[in-house]
Design a protein around this ligand. Sequence first.
Ligand code: FPP
Length: 252
Amino acid sequence: MSGEKSGVTAALETVLQEGEVPAHVAVIMDGNGRWARRRGLPRWEGHRAGMTAVRETIEGAVEAGVAHLTLYAFSDENWFRPSMEVEALMTLLQEYVRSQREALVGHGVRVTVFGDRLRLPEEARQAISELEASTEGGTVLEVHLAISYGSRAELAGVARTLAQRCLEGELAPEEIDAELFAAELLTRDWPDPDLLVRTSGEQRISNFLLWQLAYAELFVTDVLWPDFTRGHFFGALVDYRRRERRFGLVKT
Ligand code: FPP
């Protein structure tokens, strides 16, 4: 067994032995461009290499017993990247669906996608719908892919829906509270993330789940996304164990 392998096994054992595994981990997968640049490769090669890290992270989440994993795959702002890169990302998405569907079903993973899917090309939309349908029976891990997603747009959408309900007389403005608001979010069916992992060293939220991350623990690693392995994922879970979550309350 290699040193790396035994380190990974030890990290997983620590995660499993010590109990509390976060129910929901969200990940900002960053650093694909830098990974490619350092190798003199085009940016899309970084995104392609990032697919291996997606697989590693999903398998790691299954092994550790995480129930929900949310991955920020394509943001609202990513539409403004050069068209060649956007096209490459859309193609990769379809490639990912084709190549991973069987493995995801085999692991008992259910995939759901959230974001403005109407902006996606027809083939990408179709690939996503097929993936959601074929993994519908998965009960081991729910993977939520944020695609064409921006948190401010999501929050504005909630405000619009609630305003409309008020206009229609179904709701009074004073009835609107945090619970009612959260019930209109795209993520309303899942618990809020307990842990946010961001790769490549940037310490930003980047318009990702602004409401839902209110009490999440943050874990930033310098590792670039394509180099991220399940060992790194277990490391984040071990680190999470050491956090004392207070939810704004006083320590007793
Ligand atoms: C950020 O790196 C990453 C993205 C914009 C896309 C993430 C996509 C993948 C990992 C591949 C496909 C994923 C799925 C789920 C099919 P960046 O380009 O901003 O990197 P940089 O900050 O180094 O430039």
